[in-house]
Design a protein around this ligand. Structure first.
Ligand SMILES: *[C@@H]1O[C@H](CO)[C@@H](O)[C@H](O)[C@H]1NC(C)=O
Ligand SMILES: *[C@@H]1O[C@H](CO)[C@@H](O)[C@H](O)[C@H]1NC(C)=O
Ligand SMILES: *[C@@H]1O[C@H](CO)[C@@H](O)[C@H](O)[C@H]1NC(C)=O
Length: 401
């Protein structure tokens, strides 16, 4: 299936294909913006529907970017039609049958934008503008793109609805494959709406684009950023699945979790803060483990080490995400960089205790303290956790609504 849609081209072919290189626009600002908007629309809205909030307040961005208006105008229309709890269905985008050879239904590759003036964008779209703001005035030059090659795992080109990939090096596990597949699915979900574009993608954890020189920062996509870097954030591969640890695509996990959430009501859950993960990837996680319950102290935390090797040998019986929503409070703490676990923790109908993060992925900056999560201090975690849990258990009405 992958091969059918992602045509891998050798370096030579890509650079000698004059239609690709010569016609590549000098300013790819707008197509990139649109790509991010489509992706954010698809995922953030699904996450939002699980966080029992009313954060659907739109922000007027006006006519600054016609692209944003196009999408948002449609968006707000469908929002009126369904409830604010709308859900995007990604599975409808690929319909493959396996009778003999893999074949997937063809979808039209061109379409027309429904243009409407004066649309409104959800509040969280403003982060996209901020992330690509570095290129807003001067655009993106060929030279800038090429400079991103230094650390990129692949270059991806969308040309008339087809995806072309030039690979530079292998990523960790299957991150690159799932990321490319995500873009292919996006093209099928929004046929004709993804403009021709070219982007460089780095699948490693830590952001690397530091300090914008006179020449301008290279536009490099990755899964997370921080306040010192200019990397452009993109949904991580696990939204489309994480094969190595048996995590299914987001919309499947979300359904399972909603079922799981209904099984135990908030009030009936264990009145403690739960965390399970790999503590060896970051000092802050080892620091967190000190808050575990012992014979001499109880900070209201119940912390466990996830042993993925053992789990994989046991068929992942104990790592089912939906069955981890058993506590009233769940702790989110970064690992080596941002942690993929974030969305799964938030999707439990528990109170998320978020240890002050350094990194951001494409949606975390839109979350509001005391509305979507309870902030936990990085220094003095144990006290902070105990205070949050005690407060929550004493104010059950306020918390569970
Ligand atoms: C997928 O294709 C099969 C066979 O062509 C068809 O019967 C089925 O309804 C399609 N499913 C969707 C979701 O479009
Ligand atoms: C935390 O304490 C619980 C209960 O005593 C124990 O089962 C668990 O293994 C401890 N976790 C760690 C990481 O030591
Ligand atoms: C995992 O769970 C399945 C079904 O519940 C069971 O058949 C299997 O024996 C379990 N595997 C291990 C290693 O515990």
């Amino acid at each position: 299936m992958m091969q059918r849609f992602i045509t891998e081209r050798s370096k030579k072919q890509l650079t000698t294909d004059s239609t690709l290189v010569k016609k590549a626009p000098v300013s790819t600002y707008t197509p990139l913006l649109l790509l991010l908007i489509l992706l954010t629309t698809a995922f953030v809205s699904s996450l939002w529907s699980t966080l029992s909030t009313t954060n659907t307040k739109p922000t007027i961005i006006g006519k600054k970017t016609s692209v944003a208006n196009v999408v948002s105008a449609k968006d707000s229309k469908s929002e009126e039609k369904s409830s604010s709890r709308k859900r995007f269905q990604l599975e409808a985008t690929l319909n493959c049958s396996n009778n003999g050879k893999q074949r997937c239904t063809s979808y039209p590759t061109s379409g027309v934008f429904e243009r409407e003036e004066g649309g409104v964008c959800p509040e969280y779209f403003r982060w996209i503008h901020e992330d690509v703001g570095a290129w807003k005035e001067r655009g993106i030059s060929r030279e800038m793109v090429e400079r991103a090659k230094k650390s990129a795992h692949f270059r991806l080109v969308v040309k008339r609805g087809r995806v072309y990939v030039e690979r530079y090096k292998k990523s960790i596990q299957t991150r690159e494959v799932f990321t490319m597949w995500g873009i292919v699915q996006l093209l099928r979900k929004y046929p004709g709406k993804v403009a021709d574009l070219e982007l460089m993608f780095d699948c490693d954890d830590l952001p690397v684009i530091r300090g914008s020189s006179l020449a301008g920062p290279p536009p490099l996509f990755r899964y997370c950023g921080d306040r010192w870097t200019d990397d452009i954030v993109f949904p991580d591969w696990s939204f489309w699945g994480w094969a190595e640890i048996n995590i299914r695509p987001w919309e499947h996990v979300l359904k399972e979790m909603e079922k799981g959430n209904r099984r135990i009501k908030w009030n009936d859950r264990e009145p403690y803060a739960y965390w399970k993960g790999n503590p060896f990837v970051a000092e802050t996680r080892q620091d967190l483990l000190k808050c575990n319950v012992s014979t001499t102290q109880d900070w209201n935390a119940r912390l466990y080490v996830q042993d993925w090797i053992q789990e994989s040998q046991q068929g992942f019986n104990n790592s089912n995400l939906a069955s981890q929503c058993t506590h009233r409070y769940k702790i989110y703490i970064e690992g080596y960089a941002w942690s993929v676990s974030e969305k799964y923790i938030l999707a439990c109908d528990s109170v998320t205790l978020m240890v002050k993060p350094r990194f951001y992925d494409f949606f975390i900056r839109s979350l509001q303290p005391m509305q979507h999560y309870w902030p936990i201090r990085d220094k003095g975690k144990c006290k902070s956790i105990k205070h949050a849990v005690d407060w929550g258990n004493n104010h059950k009405e306020e918390v569970s609504t």
